[in-house]
Design a binder for this molecule. Structure first.
Ligand code: SF4
Ligand code: FES
Length: 243
């Protein structure tokens, strides 16, 4: 495949950025989107140009590090992570626009890399269970109802990629925060800190500059892990009850 890429280049957080045009050829439809960018970067390095900076780690759809806006969609045309997006979803001769996540709370670090440490601070303000450490407890010491376990697992799938924020017209982190709150609040082990966790994580989310939720639902549509929009309702319920 031969492609034209228009990629956001920005040398630093305060530098002006712009879409820069590149041509790539010999791209296999079986390559992942990141492998296609690797191919371009190898060419840029050989010609003495700065390679394009982008985040990645596992390349298996589990770490949440990769993420970019491809042709206006968070993670591109498929509901998956950018590392799991394959070039067969594009056509030979296509022009593809590639930009970083666009959100006030995710400032651009360089090119396609954004600072998502705001997510870490939300988790740090309550995304844990305080319990004495020691040897592992008996598996059945704390019975967990099946319904609660399913709810917790469903929300624990969030990988913190940030696509929900990038897709939201308000730059809201409600789906991410809901996933982190619900997966702990649903469990008996999370119950003692349910009120403080909910209040604290919502307060941190607001303080980090994420926008408010207006129920557009773009977040759940873009989420590669299928975190349901109903999680936001559960978060709001807990917040109103406990606030
Ligand atoms: S809720 Fe979905 S889109 Fe948002 S950070 Fe978690 S996995 Fe990514
Ligand atoms: S690099 Fe880990 S999810 Fe894409």
């Amino acid at each position: 495949m031969n492609l034209t890429l228009r990629i956001w280049r920005q040398t630093g957080p305060d530098a002006p950025g712009a879409l820069t045009r590149y041509q790539v050829s010999g791209i296999s439809p079986e390559m992942s989107f990141l492998e296609m960018l690797d191919t371009l970067n190898e060419e840029l390095i050989l010609t003495g140009e700065q390679p394009i900076a982008f985040d990645h780690d596992c390349r298996e759809g589990i770490c949440g590090a990769c993420g970019m806006v491809i042709n206006g969609q968070a993670h591109g045309p498929e509901r998956t992570t950018t590392c799991q997006l394959h070039m067969r979803h594009f056509r030979d001769g296509d022009t593809i626009d590639v930009e970083p996540w666009r959100a006030a709370a995710f400032p651009v670090v360089k090119d396609l890399v954004v600072d998502r440490s705001a997510f870490d601070r939300i988790i740090g303000s309550g995304g844990y269970i305080t319990a004495p450490t020691g040897s592992a407890p008996e598996a059945h010491a704390t019975p967990v109802p099946k319904e609660a376990a399913d709810l917790a697992f469903e929300h624990a799938e969030c990988i913190g990629c940030g696509a929900c924020v990038a897709a939201c017209p308000n730059g809201s982190a409600m789906l991410f925060t809901a996933a982190k709150v619900v997966h702990l609040n649903a469990l008996p082990q999370g119950a003692p800190e349910r009120a403080t966790r909910t209040r604290s994580m919502v307060a941190t989310m607001d303080a980090e500059g994420f926008g408010g939720c207006t129920n557009t639902g773009e977040c759940a549509t873009a989420c590669p892990k299928g975190i349901p929009l109903s999680g936001i309702s559960l978060l709001n319920r807990d917040f109103l009850r406990r606030a």
